[in-house]
Design a binder for this molecule. Structure first.
Ligand SMILES: [Zn+2]
Length: 705
């Protein structure tokens, strides 16, 4: 294994120096990048470069748009629709760098830049979507569509472009266009503020344990990480636990101190509701109100109707119907799980009723009793680098891809690793970056994005630059990074998104890679999770980090037997959040949206479905970042929608008798992974599977059938 890549500047250090771009220093974000594969020159980029580069790139995009709009030639597919797809490449490039820095290495000054840029970006995007002369050209091409002799991907580009403009308000009258622009600007700021507040809330809380009695039940690695966190936070000699998942979840699982579990979980559940400057309740209420106003302007009864019209689901009824179908069996299963745990509490003479802060702990105990399994037993077999090597091997066996680490590509943080992704014939398909450990400057969760998407320029395919970010368990002084099962699955999940971006063969950037309906985008990511704990994969790659011995066969088998364990809980906490998201966004009455009390609304939503006290909704509204600070509003259901597809797709591999079946893998690559949004998602799925997806495999997988 190679050490830390050389010649990389940590962006935080160079930002702290904040050397101004004085006269004579050209902005590296705006220059041609004479780097390997045209990768961003992170070592040369400084904070002061970002804002002027974004402003210049938006101006450049405006000039490109003006040239398309003012073209004296009559509108054609090439001079209007294709030209629009080609426009804005500088802005994509600079925006991608800004996005990765703000997501993984942010600071007060970078957040201030983001706040200043937010209204400019929103105004810039709206000025294009609401440009009447430009839309007239698009509409003319769209009306002539049947006579243009376009191929399937071109028809799709034309349709999607036209839809984007009409959904963006291009067909509204002037007063409504002005109002829409103001709404979008305010919403952009609110989303930004929501996310910043969550980040600050997550980082500011600490559970300080001053004596060893507070460590009761905790595994040594967690104790050591807490000691290191305490030292870093200027509290040597104590232990600090935080609301970051690698600290929160293991603490809830293993701590035998019920009072401390309660303290920690209550702190988590109250994020964004403290009545101070980080309170998100007013932010989310205003967001809901403005989203509804925008939907009504655009002719939809609710925000959910507006969002879903652009997704596979089509309308809120279809979403609720899937959620309802799963809810009853999942809740029944969760109640059985709760009863099992209560029996254990009683047998121990606990003398209390199982509460939300007990669930993780007693679930671990039941798992241990029933399957002789706990996280501590399996983590030593999941050293991060070994998991990554296993993942690479899985992808090699499925699609013949190979990976080569490189040390000549500049990165945004010294912990980032970079790989060439090579196709079967040795050609370069993509460059992939990973950034896996938590930092205070990084937002929570895990995600995939691109520094550059792929498209085709004549015969030339632009090499995509794709990255994965995670917040996985860090190595400590004594142990390497040993991952939980959940973290292993997350690594596979995000890599599935990365494959979608890296294998794309689309001609147009707008349709490329993960640019698909939101309830389809989780198919490639979720399907890859199926291989994470496959017995054959474990046999090859799960080796004890100290002894190098493979995971014992009987432990592999216990893992398989435990795969339905706790599925009631996991399904219920997820579905509850999906209902909450849908309930917020199916509000149709503007007066109600303007005056809603977030806490009462949430309680009513969770009460209506009958959520039990022992289970907390996965995200409460004031820190439900997917829907109030990200792109998943009226879309959190997408994960389970896509799971119907992913379970059905994986069943195709199983039916072949070999989960590495080359023919099935190739079909999945050709019809799904390479196609991006080049055709409607159901059409792509049918091409792969030969029929519509069925819900049976999902119910079986979750043990809900
Ligand atoms: Zn995902």
């Amino acid at each position: 294994m190679k050490g830390i890549v050389t010649a990389m500047a940590c962006i935080n250090l160079s930002l702290a120096g904040a050397a101004a771009a004085g006269p004579g220093r050209d902005n590296p974000l705006l220059l041609a990048w004479d780097t390997p594969e045209g990768t961003p020159p992170f070592a040369r980029i400084e904070l002061v470069d970002i804002e002027p580069a974004m402003v210049a790139a938006m101006a450049e995009h405006d000039r490109e748009i003006a040239a398309i709009r003012d073209n004296p030639e009559p509108p054609t597919f090439a001079n209007t629709i294709e030209a629009l797809d080609r426009a804005g490449s500088l802005l994509s490039r600079v925006g991608a760098v800004f996005s990765v820095l703000n997501g993984t290495s942010t600071s007060d000054s970078l957040q201030a830049v983001a706040r200043r840029l937010s209204p400019l970006r929103s105004r810039h995007a709206d000025a294009i979507l609401l440009d009447q002369a430009l839309f007239a050209r698009i509409d003319a091409v769209h009306r002539a569509q049947a006579d243009l002799g376009l191929d399937g991907e071109q028809v799709r580009l034309l349709d999607e472009t036209w839809r984007e403009f009409t959904r963006g308000g291009a067909a509204l009258d002037e007063a409504d266009r002005v109002r829409l622009q103001a709404i979008n600007e305010e919403l952009a700021m609110l989303g930004l503020q929501f996310g910043e507040n969550v980040l600050k809330e997550t980082s500011r809380y600490e559970l300080v344990v001053a004596d060893e009695a507070g460590l009761s039940g905790l595994p040594p690695a967690l104790v050591q990480a807490a000691a290191e966190a305490a030292a870093q936070r200027g509290r040597p000699g104590s232990w600090v636990f935080t609301l970051h998942r690698p600290s929160l979840i293991p603490f809830l699982e293993s701590s035998t101190r019920r009072d401390l579990r309660e303290q920690l979980l209550r702190a988590y559940l109250s994020m964004g509701s403290h009545g101070d400057e980080l309170d998100n309740r007013a932010v989310l209420r205003r967001t809901v109100e403005l989203r509804l106003e925008r939907a009504r302007l655009l002719g939809f009864p609710s925000h959910a109707h507006y969002v879903l019209a652009d997704n596979m689901a089509g309308n809120p009824g279809a979403v609720y119907s899937l959620l309802d179908r799963l809810w009853a069996p999942a809740l029944a299963r969760a109640k059985t799980e709760a009863a099992d745990m209560q029996a254990l509490v009683d047998a121990e003479g606990g003398g209390f009723t199982l509460a939300a802060w007990d669930w993780w702990h007693y679930a671990e105990k039941v798992k241990k009793a029933r399957f002789d399994l706990d996280e501590g037993l399996v983590r030593p077999y999941f050293e991060l680098e070994a998991v990554r090597a296993g993942l690479f091997d899985v992808v090699r066996r499925l699609w013949g891809l190979t990976f080569r680490e490189r040390d000549d590509v500049q990165v945004w943080h010294p912990e980032v690793k970079v790989y060439d992704v090579l196709d079967q014939d040795g050609s370069l398909l993509a460059v992939w970056y990973s950034d896996y450990f938590p930092r205070e400057s990084k937002r929570g969760g895990a995600w995939m994005s691109s520094l550059r998407k792929t498209w085709r320029d004549g015969d030339r395919r632009v090499v995509p630059l794709v990255y994965n970010v995670g917040n996985f368990t860090r190595p400590t002084a004594d142990t390497p990074a040993l991952l939980s099962l959940d973290e292993v699955r997350t690594m596979y999940h995000e890599f599935g998104h990365a494959l979608h971006g890296m294998l794309s063969q689309c001609r147009y950037e707008k349709l490329s890679g993960t640019s698909v309906a939101r309830d389809f985008v989780e198919l490639p990511s979720q399907v890859l999770e199926n291989w994470a704990l496959d017995p054959d994969v474990l046999a090859r790659h799960a080796r004890h980090w100290q002894t190098g011995r493979p995971m014992p066969a009987e432990l592999v088998e216990r893992l398989q037997r435990a795969r339905h364990f706790n599925q009631g809980f996991e399904t219920v906490e997820y579905l509850a959040a999906s209902y909450l998201d849908m309930d917020w966004h199916t509000l149709e009455d503007p007066a109600q949206a303007a005056n809603v009390d977030p806490e009462a609304f949430e309680a009513a939503s969770l009460g209506r479905i009958g959520l039990i006290d022992a289970i907390a909704v996965r995200y409460r509204s004031p820190y439900f970042r997917h829907v109030f600070g990200g792109g998943y509003s009226a879309g959190y259901y997408s994960y389970v929608w896509a799971e119907v597809l992913d379970a059905d797709a994986f069943a195709a591999f199983q039916e072949s008798g070999d989960v590495f079946d080359p023919a099935t893998a190739t079909a999945f690559r050709r019809h799904i992974l390479e196609r991006g949004g080049a055709a409607p998602p159901m059409e792509l799925y049918r091409a792969f599977r030969g029929r519509d997806p069925g819900i049976g495999p999902l119910l079986e997988r979750r043990g809900l059938d």
